[in-house]
Design a protein around this ligand. Sequence first.
Ligand SMILES: Cc1cc2nc3c(=O)[nH]c(=O)nc-3n(C[C@H](O)[C@H](O)[C@H](O)COP(=O)(O)OP(=O)(O)OC[C@H]3O[C@@H](n4cnc5c(N)ncnc54)[C@H](O)[C@@H]3O)c2cc1C
Length: 440
Amino acid sequence: MSHQLPYVVIVGGGFGGLAAAKALRKTAANVILIDRTNHHLFQPLLYQVATSVLTPSQIATPIRSILRNQKNTTVIMGEVTGVDKEQRYVTVSDADQQDVPVAYDYLILATGASHSYFGHNEFAAYAPGLKTLADAEAARNKILQAFELAEAEEDPTRHRDLLTFVLVGAGPTGVEMAAALAVFVRNTLKSDFRRIDPASARIVLVDMAPRVLGPFSESLSKAATKRLEKLGVEVRLGHGVDLIDAEGVVIAGERIASKTVIWTAGVAPSPAGKWLNAETDRAGRVRVQKDLTLPGHSEIFVVGDTAAFDQNGKPLPGVAQVAIQQGSYAGELIHNRIVGNPPPPAFSYFDKGSLAVVGKGFAVLQSGKVQVSGFGAWLTWAAVHLQFLATSSLRLSVFLQWVWTYMTEQRGDRLIVSQHDPQVMKPALDATLKATVAGR
Ligand SMILES: Cc1cc2nc3c(=O)[nH]c(=O)nc-3n(C[C@H](O)[C@H](O)[C@H](O)COP(=O)(O)OP(=O)(O)OC[C@H]3O[C@@H](n4cnc5c(N)ncnc54)[C@H](O)[C@@H]3O)c2cc1C
């Protein structure tokens, strides 16, 4: 690391941060990328880990391995806790050290978003979200464990809550997850149990919006709903959840008993707005200028889910393409400044379209005036997602897994991996043992 060169600090190794780092690969600068995890995560496929299609390592890659050939870049695993705009440093904490200052000449904040429970943070204990690899593994454990507990349970009336899965939020994540779960229980698990019928599982998708897949057109939303219903998903729209507790959910006064509730609704931006003491939009995202800088601070950039940027009078959506294009833009602008080139024109998002998959062999695609649903859209979905995975080894491994799953209905990772807690299985096993002893 040369002390003569400018320091570019990037916070976040997600889509935005990684794109920024790559845009700076030939820049004469010390680039420091800081992330609280050691991996770049492909969030669009998180639901496939939660539903056992893929393993965690198929959708995430160590950031330092992605950037190993980029000699001007140092990767630090640590949690950024604040920014001093005047002295130009960020504070970073890890397991060993607290609030260590890391100085910058240019700063790119790409810290993404987290769950929002719309003011009901008490729901979090019963309805975990799907944002990190740990979340996806926890959801997978919970889903698989529900079937194990139901199989070991003597009292069939208890099966309904164990085999009822509620997904709160019918945006792309909720729809994709509900459909994948339906295919999983009806196809993959169908021969694996003796005392329960996994196909009898109830999957409920809830949203207060009047239709699923809000960002898509009405006709694609209808096509997706039809498909979900064909897969056996119960779609409950027009009313949100009033309550979530250990026994399940209450929707419009009706209690649905469920041991597995997953939150696939709102997102809240990271605390970057607070660190910067900056103006934010209603959702808390930092308002940036046309070149993605903070007003009054041409050296600070905010990109991706944590930035608010209006184009044609509308805020850009929190999607991977926006983050990638903004990250690349910020990297390119900093490069131009360092080498003395004129800045690129104001940032403009190029929308390549949106895709959502609804179970095996079916997706919806919307790109400009093009609106397609069905198998062709699903092939496009598969090709696009493979293309955007971080490394060629992941592309190959995910492609092979998808072909295998498509042909055999078998999934990649059905292991329940959690701390052994004998109490969890005890009541069910006691009953099973009693029955065995009584039957002897
Ligand atoms: C389940 C799910 C499904 C999705 N599906 C799609 C889809 O199909 N298509 C699509 O286009 N988009 C999808 N999205 C949205 C897309 O993933 C985001 O828009 C995109 O990840 C935003 O990129 P980003 O760089 O802003 O943030 P992220 O990719 O979230 O990266 C943020 C990074 O910052 C790090 N970080 C956060 N805070 C700190 C801190 N204090 N200190 C250090 N590091 C920090 C995080 O660890 C993370 O690595 C989905 C999102 C989710 C959660």
